[in-house]
Design a protein around this ligand. Structure first.
Ligand SMILES: Cc1cc2nc3c(=O)[nH]c(=O)nc-3n(C[C@H](O)[C@H](O)[C@H](O)COP(=O)(O)OP(=O)(O)OC[C@H]3O[C@@H](n4cnc5c(N)ncnc54)[C@H](O)[C@@H]3O)c2cc1C
Length: 829
């Protein structure tokens, strides 16, 4: 079971009290927002953790209870370089200020020992859950998996911090980390064992020798170097009170720059030594495999981490890193035991067993290094990440539901997927004819009231904004709330900033929505709103997010993306002619756009418009993007365009003129000349969402095709019994599955390498998906005969939509050009 962070406190240990009044006086001056007077001022001590004593400070000021955390050096004689709270403050401050790595905010550092006896710092109290036992007893298996997935991601995020950019470039030496660490902990062990101290274990000396001789070469080159936490374990993480994500990484005492493989190996200690029952359970150096259901295997956890951090599989040096972690753990425990013997360990009575545990770890390490193979040579799947493991879909899975492909979603995604499928079957498909009827009536530019009701249900069911990737959500939190974890922005429903999914994970869900042209907007996952929200999430200022993003996230307004122009070939966006001219504190827009999807919708309030701010700048610096309220004078909707006769009402594709449209200068996105840059960011995920939906559209086509073939007889037998059908349906399935794999591959690359690196895979998916969907839907229509071309089935509408995607978001030829360019570049290398 998890413990809430404020349940982990108790009375202050004797010998570790300090002068509360002096602290109060200091904080009143040095901590922003610290109450200057308070009716109660309580101090409790966290019992968990052994090293730097940590306290909960609770103040009542009027009706308000404020909580802070104080962390200080322990009293008494200290080992050199240990307990450096100043360094903890430095790293927390840098990460909290410049990155989205989840850390508590720090308020002040006091190095003046006269205040409370030792240096200390004050930080934010993180309300959340801590799991003291890594086996996560009392937690449902699917939640265990999600928690470990979040753990791997949190470690990956801290390992991805650009230390030079955030002022931590000199926080330690990067190369020869293990070399120095082996010596440091060896010395520490020697210093803290012996007569009158914890008993020295001769096996430890053999272990130290082995380590000295087996340091991986990457350690001296620094190729695996970066920010290292030094004590990364699940019990040093605070998880969100309800959601399975990390909101704070604690206990940075051992952090430095160095070999990050040590962190990941240390976080895998539960696979070789289980401390959860108070004693060390071990397996003579063999991997502990009887972990509770849902705790991922070592390979699964490592695969997750490597995928999220973009790190290679660590098989080569793994034995060293695990043995090193055990050795270091033993050295720390010996130190704790010695402090216990000397009477100044902050863990109190629990430190008593530390000496025995240290010896257990030394024994495990020694047994471990005798093993031939300690880690499989490859990850579970060489290229799949995001908590997903490869596997061949069974026949059963493929029946009806369209599950398939060589990827298997994790439990969180599976649950969402099942909910979505149910929602589609119970609420969307039954409404399709009704929605379609309204969209062809004289009332077609109005919203069906049932759609708004369905949106509310989707919100409450957590099937809302699922498209938002984790990193974009993190930025929005940072901009809107200075990094505080306010996941509920406005009206108090879950998932306003998404469900923390990767693009790959979202792929499983987006394709379900793609089975109906009416579904995506019900889940607030329809184009172009998703792309526009993504632009705001990534590039918007706080003011822009507040004005436009929040209503879009809440689904109270919709939006359009106005780039394409009738008079120029817009697949080459450098041709765009619309002008955006600065005039005082406004911009004036003049030009004509067409195919602005969504602009006909009565809820449409925002247009993101691309135009030129400087016709003389270098070709890719002429364009800018600007936010335009659709109701601004000078914006005129000329007409709705049709796709094979479909108007796609009430959404629509509009031709719009802009005549001397004045918008505030603050509406510019990212700055003048940055339009191409934004377009690159916007188009990656947006394009892929189209591909995911096309997979769903094709699945729907397969389903209808097969149903029809099993019901209708021609020339004496069911269509399904004709050889031509058998061949057609099988070929469609092959084409669909291989395209799905390509789409997943692109999503996976997008998650791991970003837009630029993933551009080849994205281009392939963007060409393959519409062409595949068109083939499958065409076959389905053929099987339906004339009915397939009518409005009586959804096939014609799905087909028309799929056909547009050979042109919209870039014509096939442009993407084929990208693929060919990369191929030729590779050949030249
Ligand atoms: C249903 C629908 C919705 C749309 N929604 C939006 C929207 O919301 N916002 C928006 O701004 N736009 C939208 N568009 C427009 C779409 O993005 C453009 O149509 C597309 O970028 C192509 O531009 P274009 O029509 O000017 O074609 P052109 O640029 O004139 O290209 C015409 C043809 O030239 C050929 N061609 C182009 N480049 C190359 C090349 N490098 N090599 C070989 N041949 C080439 C291709 O066959 C291409 O189809 C939408 C379009 C449709 C059909």
């Amino acid at each position: 079971m998890a413990q809430l962070t404020d349940e982990l406190v108790g009375k202050v240990n004797s010998g570790q009290e300090f002068d509360k009044d002096s602290l109060f006086r200091y904080c009143s001056v040095h901590v922003d927002g610290f109450p200057v007077s308070s009716s109660t001022f309580n101090v409790f001590q966290f019992g968990h953790g052994q090293s730097n004593p940590t306290y909960l400070i609770e103040l009542q000021s009027g009706p308000l209870v404020k909580k802070y955390v104080l962390r200080k050096k322990p009293p008494g004689q200290l080992l050199q370089s240990a307990h450096a709270v100043e360094r903890e403050f430095q790293v927390l401050h840098a990460l909290g200020t410049h990155t989205v790595v989840p850390v508590p905010k720090v308020f002040c550092l006091c190095t003046d020992s006269s205040v409370i006896g030792t240096p200390f710092y004050i930080m934010e109290f993180m309300e959340g859950r801590i799991f003291l036992d890594p086996m996560l007893p009392g937690v449902a298996p699917n939640r265990r998996r999600a928690l470990y997935h979040a753990t791997a991601k949190a470690l990956a995020s801290l390992h991805s911090a650009d230390v030079d950019a955030i002022g931590l470039g000199n926080y330690g030496r990067r190369n020869n980390y293990c070399k120095r660490q082996v010596e440091r902990w060896a010395n520490q062990y020697i210093a803290s064992t012996g007569e009158g101290k914890s008993e020295r274990n001769p096996l430890m000396l053999k272990l130290i020798n082995w380590l000295r001789q087996n340091i991986p070469s990457e350690d001296s080159s620094g190729s695996t170097a970066g920010l290292v936490h030094g004590d990364f374990r699940i019990d040093n993480l605070v998880f969100h009170p309800i959601e399975d994500r990390v909101i704070a990484i604690l206990d940075w005492e051992l952090s430095t720059l160095g070999n990050q493989m040590c962190d990941i190996a240390y976080s895998c200690m539960l696979y070789v030594a289980d401390f959860s029952q108070g004693k060390v359970k071990h397996n003579n150096g063999l991997e502990i495999t009887d972990t509770p259901q849902g705790v991922p295997s070592l390979e699964e956890y490592l695969t997750d981490y490597c995928a999220a951090a973009g790190k290679p599989w660590p098989a080569a040096g793994w034995k060293f890193y695990v043995a090193f972690s055990l050795f270091r753990g033993a050295s720390i425990l010996a130190g704790v035991h010695t402090r216990y013997i000397m009477g100044n360990a902050s863990g109190g009575k629990r430190a008593e067993d530390a000496g025995e545990k240290a010896n257990d770890l030394i024994q495990i390490a020694w047994s471990y290094i005798q093993r031939e193979n300690v880690l499989s040579p490859n990850p579970l799947s060489a290229t799949r990440g995001g908590g997903l493991v490869s596997g061949i879909a069974s026949d059963k899975k493929n029946q009806g539901s369209g599950d398939g492909g060589g990827f298997v979603p994790n439990n969180k995604v599976k649950e969402l997927r099942e909910k979505l499928i149910k929602f589609m079957e119970e609420r969307i498909y039954p409404m399709e004819q009704e929605f379609s009827k309204l969209s062809q009536s004289s009332m077609r530019w109005t919203v069906h009231p049932e759609e708004e009701k369905l949106k509310e249900i989707a919100k409450q069911e957590g099937l809302w904004n699922l498209f938002i990737p984790l990193d974009s959500a993190a930025r929005a939190r940072q901009v809107l709330f200075d990094g505080r974890d306010d996941s509920v922005i406005g009206t108090g429903f879950p998932n306003q900033l998404g469900a923390g999914l990767s693009n790959l994970e979202y792929g499983y869900l987006c394709e379900i929505m793609g089975r109906s042209v009416w579904a995506p907007q019900v889940f607030n996952c329809g184009a172009p709103d998703t792309g526009n929200m993504e632009v705001l999430l990534r590039y918007g200022t706080k003011e822009q997010l507040q004005e436009w993003l929040i209503p879009l996230l809440n689904g109270t307004i919709r939006s359009g993306f106005a780039m394409t122009e009738p008079q120029v070939a817009s697949s080459d966006a450098t041709n765009i002619e619309c002008s955006i001219k600065r005039d005082g504190d406004t911009y004036v827009i003049n030009g004509k756009k067409w195919w602005t999807s969504g602009a006909m919708d009565p809820r449409c309030k925002l247009l993101i418009l691309m135009g030129k701010t400087d016709f003389n700048a270098p070709i890719h610096r002429q364009q800018s993007m600007i936010l335009v309220d659709i109701n601004t004078p000078g914006v005129t909707i000329i007409r709705p365009l049709t796709v094979f006769g479909f108007e796609d009402a009430p959404h629509g594709h509009a031709e719009i003129s802009f005549e001397n449209v004045r918008v505030p200068a603050k509406n510019i996105l990212l700055g003048e000349g940055r339009g191409f840059e934004i377009a690159q960011g916007r188009l990656g995920p947006g394009r892929l969402h189209h591909c995911m939906r096309l997979i769903g559209a094709a699945e729907r086509g397969m389903q209808l095709m097969v149903q029809r073939a099993l019901q209708r007889k021609t020339f004496g037998k069911l269509i399904a019994q004709h050889g031509s059908f058998v061949s057609d349906v099988a070929k469609c399935r092959i084409e669909l599955e291989r395209t799905r794999l390509l789409v997943f591959e692109a999503a996976d690359q997008l998650d791991r390498y970003g837009n630029k690196e993933a551009r080849g895979a994205l281009a392939m998916a963007k060409v393959a998906a519409p062409n595949m969907a068109l083939h499958v839907l065409d076959t389905a229509m053929q099987v339906h005969g004339a009915a397939g071309l009518s409005g009586d089935t959804v096939l014609a509408h799905l087909y028309a939509t799929a056909r547009t995607l050979r042109i919209a978001d870039g014509p096939d030829e442009v993407h084929l050009g990208t693929i060919a360019k990369l191929e030729l570049k590779r050949a030249k290398l």
